[in-house]
Design a binder for this molecule. Structure first.
Ligand code: NCD
Ligand code: ZN
Length: 370
């Protein structure tokens, strides 16, 4: 029934055992500005990992049957809310999946009713469950015009899908071919370039003075493409956009820890069961929700920038989205935390599948104090 129960037990054991340091950091409760919660049994299994740490989360709409209508967004919000564990103060912020033929009215109605927080642009076939995405970005300008006029943010998976473009260049080329023209056609549109992975994106977002921000994931701060491809292919590190060369990882670390308000937390936690990751055509996505905050803290510590952690995790996102900052606080302590090797998903036929988290079986230096 409760796919998360065994995980919670392991977490509390790990957190209690290894208590031998006094370093502690207390920050405003963070929000996750980009998360995949899925639905059904996986949602049930993964939701507590997000809702125990984050107060709000922007929930991505790329379900097997994508969230392309107001009714679907409402039903999905209710499905999530029904599964929030007691004692977790969590608010899902719903997104609409843009397609070639969505009507601007859905955007207007969804926004006015407070049901749709933002719209997500997936170039068709750019990533997991994006086959119904947008085939011609300019052709949906009327949707962007509506968003611009009502103030709804646009969240972008920024990769071109042209088969002639090398997968490692897809983000940089997207900026040139699609993002720059889009931003100039819609100068009042508020845009988030999601899960950036390149120095090109860092530089572009930094230099753009306007309504543009970017989220940065924990995994792109920790790994470069060697983690996935050297010494055997490791599907656990396969996500989209793919991790790039080391110089890009270093640029992302500088951006995240810079204290610049245009860069903020978005985990892109993207769970897939083991069999879906390890197959002839393995799914892209890294499940990091249970370790995301600890993982970011480790990066900020290594960069000697713990004093800037709170801005990145808890202040810059609300500022961009024009939301209040959270009232509660959360603490991390410098204690070794051994990340569990997997989380069980208990399917409705009682079969069990596993999801392997980021940093599985590894030691992290920071742990949540709950
Ligand atoms: C995400 C997923 O699995 O839904 N995968 C990923 O590699 N990040 C989709 C996405 O955000 O690209
Ligand atoms: Zn994502």
């Amino acid at each position: 029934m409760n796919g998360f129960r065994s995980w919670d037990l392991i977490l509390s054991t790990a957190e209690i055992i290894l208590n031998h340091s006094t370093d502690r950091i207390t920050i405003r409760q963070p929000d996750d500005w980009h998360v995949h919660l899925r639905d059904g049994a996986i949602l049930e299994a993964v939701l507590p990992s997000t809702s125990r740490v984050f107060h709000r989360a922007v929930v991505m709409p790329n379900l097997n049957s994508p969230i392309t209508s107001l009714d679907k967004a409402v039903a999905y919000r209710k499905q999530i809310e029904n599964l929030i564990p007691k004692g977790h103060d969590f608010k899902p912020l719903m997104t609409l999946y843009l397609t070639d033929d969505i009507s601007p009215d859905i955007i207007n109605d969804g926004f006015n009713q407070g049901e749709i927080f933002a719209a997500k642009l997936y170039p068709a076939n750019s990533t997991t469950n994006s086959s119904s995405g947008v085939t011609d970005i300019k052709a949906i300008d009327p949707l962007f015009a509506m968003m611009e006029s009502i103030g709804m943010p646009l969240l972008i998976h920024g990769e071109v899908t042209d088969p002639d473009v090398d997968i490692f260049d897809r983000e940089a080329i997207f900026i040139e071919r699609e993002l720059i023209p889009l931003l100039s056609r819609h100068q009042g549109l508020r845009v988030v370039l999601e899960h950036i992975t390149t120095k090109d994106a860092v530089q572009f977002v930094e230099d753009f003075s306007g309504n543009l921000a970017a989220t940065i994931t924990p995994h792109h701060l920790h790994i470069n493409r060697n983690a996935m491809l050297a010494n055997g292919f490791r599907s656990d590190f396969y996500c989209l956009p793919v991790a790039k060369r080391e110089l890009h990882r270093l640029a992302l670390r500088r951006a995240a820890t810079s204290g610049k308000e245009c860069f903020f937390l978005g985990t892109d936690s993207a769970p897939h069961v083991r069999g879906a990751k390890e197959s002839a055509c393995g799914c892209a996505g890294i499940f990091n929700a249970p370790v995301a905050l600890q993982s970011y803290a480790e990066v900020f510590d290594e960069e000697d920038a713990l004093d800037r952690l709170e801005g990145f995790t808890s202040l810059f996102g609300p500022k961009f989205y024009r939301l209040p900052i959270n009232k509660n606080f959360i603490s991390l302590v410098k204690q070794t935390y051994i990340v569990p090797e997997s989380l069980d998903v208990i399917n409705h036929d009682n079969s069990i599948e596993r999801i392997v988290p980021f940093h599985a079986s590894k030691k992290l230096k920071w742990t949540l104090s709950v």
